[in-house]
Design a protein around this ligand. Structure first.
Ligand code: HPA
Ligand code: ZN
Length: 345
């Protein structure tokens, strides 16, 4: 390909799937400013800027808590869904699995059903009008909040299975509570026919990934980059074909990359993505919390190219994302058929 800009424009047009995207992490600073105004909260521009430009995992969780405190009614979630939908479309995403922090809604004693209806209806309407990607949802619990809300979230997810909720997931602070605490919630989720996701091996060690698989039956791992520290685990992930949802910019900005590489001065090109991919572990590429990490999916593919992946390897990763998704076989076949027309010139 002639230039970086040719590559980016090819990547933008390529129909893509994104599997690890938090709706609340797509809440941009402009929308926060607007919501603050709506609720009569005075916010200096400098404060917003400072909060959106920190580094470190604890700082990120603090930003997530602060920004979502301005999402107070279903209409706020609807606007966020509209913003997210148009950004996904602009990025060439034709299918996304969007994670909703139901744990945050419950913490704030919000009406989860009403919030979900508002979010769902926006995406559904845009999809039907051919103005947005096909979307399925993941209901996420927050690890440090414990197993009681997690069980409530599983029930809510089960109740909404016919409205596009396909999976139950667990995010938040990996170092807070052991995954064994969540076994009953995951057993119930599995029996309700939900797919099972776990954030593991982001800031925690390889043991977190093993526990996610062995104790909770995780079908895909959110991040999972700690696997790079454990060759036996890498072999296991490759043999049992457990996909990792890789989010490079997120890993840089939360310092997860420093932690896993045991180094202080790392950059995106040090990311273990190429090693994981070439070890035969199924991976996909995502943005995680695009507004908070100032990224988008085209940039993530471009970063992977800068890490040394060829265009052919990028195309393999994109195809794999559809294969690793929780689409029905019929819908997957329809979306995969679209890829046939996209070949580099
Ligand atoms: N990890 C943990 N918690 C989160 C994340 C993440 O990637 N995104 C939103 N909450
Ligand atoms: Zn995440």
């Amino acid at each position: 390909m002639a230039s970086d800009s040719d590559l980016k424009s090819f990547l933008r047009k390529l129909p893509k799937a994104e599997l690890h995207l938090h709706l609340e992490g797509a809440l941009c600073s402009h929308r926060v400013a607007e919501l603050a105004k709506k609720y009569g909260v005075e916010l200096a521009h400098a404060e917003i800027h400072q909060r959106y430009n920190t580094r470190g995992f604890a700082q990120f969780l603090e930003l997530y808590k602060w920004a979502t405190s301005f999402l107070r009614e279903p209409d706020d979630y609807a606007h966020l869904a509209e913003d997210t939908c148009s950004n996904l479309r602009e990025q060439g995403v034709v299918y996304a699995e969007i994670t909703l922090s139901i744990g945050v809604m419950l913490l704030r004693k919000q009406d989860v059903r009403a919030n979900f209806r508002a979010i769902h209806d926006v995406f559904e309407e845009k999809f039907r009008a051919a103005q947005g990607p096909r979307i399925q949802f993941v209901f996420d619990a927050i690890r440090q909040f414990g197993q009681a809300p997690a069980k409530e979230i599983v029930e809510l997810a089960a109740e909404h299975r016919t409205s596009g909720v396909v999976a139950f997931g667990l995010g938040g602070d990996e170092l807070s509570l052991p995954l064994a605490d969540f076994q009953p919630a995951y057993e119930r989720a599995a029996s309700a026919g939900l797919h099972l996701l776990v954030h593991a091996g982001e800031t925690g060690g390889p043991d977190q990934i093993r526990d996610a698989i062995d104790l909770l039956g995780a079908e895909r791992i959110g991040h999972g980059i700690a696997a790079i520290r454990d060759p036996t685990l890498m072999t296991r992930l490759s043999q049992r074909k457990t996909p990792l949802e890789i989010c490079p910019t997120s890993n840089l900005r939360t310092n997860a990359l420093n932690i896993q590489l045991n180094a202080t001065d790392v950059s995106l090109i040090d990311h273990p993505l190429p090693k994981l991919f070439r070890a035969g572990i199924p991976i996909s590429l995502s943005t995680d919390d695009p507004a908070m990490f100032h990224t988008n999916l085209v940039d993530e593919y471009f970063h992977a190219h800068q890490m040394g992946l060829s265009l052919d390897e990028l195309l393999q990763i994109n195809r794999a994302a559809f294969e690793q998704s929780f689409l029905s076989p019929e819908q997957r076949a329809i979306l995969l058929a679209q890829l046939k027309n996209y070949r580099p010139s």
